[in-house]
Design a protein around this ligand. Structure first.
Ligand code: FAD
Length: 490
């Protein structure tokens, strides 16, 4: 059997391993941590369970297709439920809105409770669908860097419709002109943060993102987000993939521009296919030190990071759902603070995810597991210890004031994750969540391709390379490599 080595057991690394095993390769995954999943990890703390990283699951079909590819029934490995609510929104002026996944219900709620009309919301989401139709094959499902991608009729048709993808104004500008009520503009501006970007800079093409939620749906795996990793690792192992944990790869080895394997503590492990799931920045800086790096690409602005408090809370709060957002009063000022001053904002938009609302075992009876996150800049050496103390005070003040109660004394245990920890735990440069930001129209073209044009047999998957960050796109990076290897007939 030909051999394939995967560096890193992030979700894309595991998906790549499954795809290579299905192709008939003898696959080994080398992972630096003691556990698989990378950013998709979990924390267990004093009777509470928390998903440590991603909390929103969209496009589950990209997970299902891995089981189908292997001739298995996804339901034998993995179950998830479709949510009725995308999010509950809380505003400083007292407004509360529930974003139902049923679009008619959501639009009606907006019409009833704000100055925006149902028609505005529906028109906006129709536009979102158009952007998806035009972009998904070109920007998401194929390599942007291979001529053959452009030889498909559907790609060419999409290229001719590029004028409609709204790439030449910012997302915030487009949304301001779409909604009468600025609180609804705020809801849709927030989607820029789904890939760690700034809606006041990023192109309105990012308005494609709500289509994922309102058309395909929002989901929660039965055992929480980490259930995705448990299921994929089980499938990979069933296909014969070997996982080597606590195995930090030191070098990618090549000879005469052909990959020959990897090195761990000077030990050479041979393979003619190597797929790096490690952040592309560290792949070049650490594993390919002697190779000329694509400096322009590596110097692109990184996406934002996160500061997360995992709180075990000894009370229950029926006004909160699975996903909750407490909006900053001045959204523009918040993004200016993150992107210009490179500091967390004093009145941050707070995201609270409570999986125990759906998964009882995630918290003791009468308690809730709060994952409390704010967007913060990527790590440039800020004084995070000081910023964490300030942020906690600001968060508590805002949550208490909006919920009209005091939750401080209900927090029975806590863990904190900041950009330094994200970099340390997952090898993500500057702790950014999604690789490079999408703060300009050309960002999609400035992500690294999924293959090396200079070293044969070397591939790259994961959130820092094409097509981008987030679980669905990371999974697509593995699919694009699969297509490429298929064509080469290896
Ligand atoms: P990563 O998760 O980056 O894993 C890379 C792996 O490589 C790690 O396990 C690391 O230990 C390993 N590694 C590093 N160096 C080496 C080495 N030298 N040798 C061997 N192994 C190495 N996405 C969503 O879709 N929805 C969300 O709601 C969402 N929210 C998020 C919230 C947070 C707080 C974070 C951190 C991320 C969030 N994301 C979300 C993004 C999502 O988690 C990532 O895009 C995705 O998990 C990235 O997967 P990846 O395959 O790129 O690998």
């Amino acid at each position: 059997k030909p051999k394939a080595i995967i560096i890193g057991a992030g979700v894309a690394g595991i998906a790549s391993a499954i795809r290579m095993a299905v192709k008939g390769f003898d696959v080994a995954v080398f992972e630096a941590n003691a556990y698989p999943g990378g950013k998709l990890a979990e924390i267990k703390l004093e009777g509470f369970r928390f998903d440590a990283g991603p909390s929103l699951f969209t496009m589950p079909q990209y997970v299902d297709e891995l089981f189908e590819l292997a001739g298995k029934n996804p339901k034998d490995y993995f179950e998830y439920e479709k949510l009725n609510e995308v999010c509950r929104y809380f505003y400083e002026d007292g407004l509360r809105l529930t974003a139902h996944t049923d679009l008619n219900k959501f639009a009606a709620e907006i019409e009833q409770r704000t100055q925006s009309s149902a028609k505005e919301v529906k028109r906006f989401l129709k536009k979102s669908e158009t952007i998806y139709d035009i972009t998904h094959r070109v920007f998401l499902e194929r390599s942007l860097h291979k001529i053959k991608s452009y030889l498909h009729w559907d790609t060419l048709r999409s290229v001719f419709r590029f004028g409609q993808i709204d790439a030449f104004r910012t997302q915030a500008k487009a949304n301001e002109s779409s909604f009468t009520d600025e609180r609804i503009t705020q809801i849709f501006n927030r989607y820029a943060t789904y890939n760690g970007s700034n809606p006041y800079q990023a192109p309105a093409t990012l308005n494609v993102i709500p289509h994922f939620e309102y058309h395909f749906g929002a989901f929660l795996p039965k055992n929480g987000m980490y259930g995705i990793i448990d299921a994929l690792v089980k499938l990979a192992k069933d296909l014969g993939v070997k996982f080597l944990m606590n195995s930090r790869v030191d070098e990618i080895v090549y000879d005469n521009k052909v990959v020959t394997g990897i090195k761990i503590s000077d030990k050479l492990i041979a393979s003619s296919v190597v797929i790096s799931n490690l952040d592309i920045w560290f792949t070049y800086r650490k594993l390919l030190k002697a190779f000329p790096a694509p400096e322009k690409l590596l110097s692109q602005e990184r996406s934002s990071s996160a500061l997360i408090f995992y709180w075990g809370v000894k009370s229950s709060h029926p006004e909160l759902g699975l996903h909750n957002i407490f909006f900053a009063k001045d959204y523009k000022a918040e993004f200016d603070s993150i992107w210009k001053a490179e500091a967390p904002y004093h009145d941050p938009t707070i995201y609270i995810n409570i999986t125990s609302k759906h998964i009882e075992s995630d918290a003791p009876a009468g308690c809730e597991n709060w994952f409390v996150m704010i967007n913060v800049p990527a790590n440039k050496g800020q004084d995070w210890d000081k910023l964490i103390t300030q942020a906690k005070q600001n968060i508590l003040q805002k949550v208490n004031s909006i919920l009209k109660k005091t939750i401080n004394d209900d927090i029975v245990c806590e863990r904190v994750l900041d950009p330094r920890g994200i970099e340390l735990n997952t090898g993500s440069y500057q702790g950014s969540l999604y690789g490079n930001s999408s703060n300009n129209q050309f960002a999609a073209f400035l992500r690294h391709p999924n293959f090396s044009s200079q070293i044969e047999g070397l591939y790259f998957c994961g959130g820092s390379v094409h097509p981008g960050g987030g679980i669905p796109l990371a999974l697509l990076s593995a699919k694009i490599i699969d297509q490429d290897l298929g064509i080469k007939g290896l």
